[in-house]
Design a protein around this ligand. Sequence first.
Ligand code: NAI
Length: 404
Amino acid sequence: MTKKKILLLENIHPGAKNRLEANGFQVQLETISFADDELVAKAKGFQAIGIRSKTQITKSVLAQLPDIEAVGCFCIGTDQVDLDFANEIGLPVFNAPYSNTRSVAELVLCEMIALSRHLADRTMQMHKGQWQKSADGANEVRGKTLGIIGYGHIGSQLSVIAESLGVHVIYYDVVKKLPLGNARVCETLHECLAQSDFISLHVPDTSLTQGMMGESEIKCMKAGSYLINASRGKVVDIPALARALKSKHLSGAAIDVFPVEPASNKEPFISEIQELENVILTPHIGGSTIEAQEAIGQEVAESFTRYFYSGATTGAVNFPQVDVAMPRDYPRILNIHRNVPGVLGEVNGIISALKGNIVAQHLSTDARLGYLAIDLGVSDPQEVAKRISALPTSIRTRVVSERK
Ligand code: NAI
């Protein structure tokens, strides 16, 4: 069997290449990104392309690359890909939303301790030649209460590692979540805010979370407590936070994400909370570690592997989700089709006419696409696939069998 070819751009962690090669792919790794015609020329003849945030995979680029069967964003965001057009032509786009979970949780834990000891101010003073030895306002985190808002991947991971330092954890989430360890759920946001020495935000950016930490919520926080935001910039009302810091209602804050962030490292950063006491500011680096880059490489490499060998689209951001293991004893036909009435009947009619036995069948749909995986007992799966492929509703059809 000829190897599928994968082009990885933008200096994706080499672990991804190693894993894909070990899984039987031919991989070309490039350190930079390409645009438009140059990108098309570079990616011709490849079956998958892996990018980070710089490469723009536009409709025009995709239209000129008919061999591409999958796109991998080796990062969190997928705005750089025309997801709608990719869906229209039956192309799943994968990303790695959770590979940097641990990195964010570790940064928050570090910031809890740093805020408690006023480290940002102490180190700034030392750099300016000022020796300010004092225990005023400095506390251990042991025995304090951390309130986590959003008990998802990051929030729940933070919960576990904070408890290992003797921190009491309470949390609030709009979805019912199982408490880990000794963590305790709060019924309302205000209940969580009022009881916590530290509040750490781990919610997504939605219409409900934008501005969710406004004037009244910040006022509801315990006097002398700390606010940490490494989620999304619009969640916190920054002018309200600045007022609470200036009035000393809050003892400090650590902010990694901002409502408006510079588009590149060359642009300046301006915020109302610059120069305030005990405020740690970081340039959206919560998830930026070598380990997270490596984990992202592994996660997307695994998504490519599963898609090409089993057809699984689990985690694809623009595609019907079919979660299937590697085919074992039977070949599998994978068919992406227009989601119109009657397709399944026609496909099964073809299988029946060729005396095939359907061992397992998985169908998932979205507004535009249907994605079908059929494990088939039949003497000539290629013939079945050829006939299914000829249906006017079919977009892409292929056969996979057990990986050797
Ligand atoms: P997740 O989707 O696993 O968890 C989010 C949780 O928030 C869910 O449990 C959800 O039910 C809950 N939630 C949603 N709306 C809520 C509301 N109004 N009130 C309370 N809870 C609510 O997401 P994950 O991976 O834990 O990420 C959390 C945030 O961290 C996201 O905004 C993500 O963009 C951000 N992030 C930031 C990074 C950085 O570099 N600073 C890196 C990675 C993620």
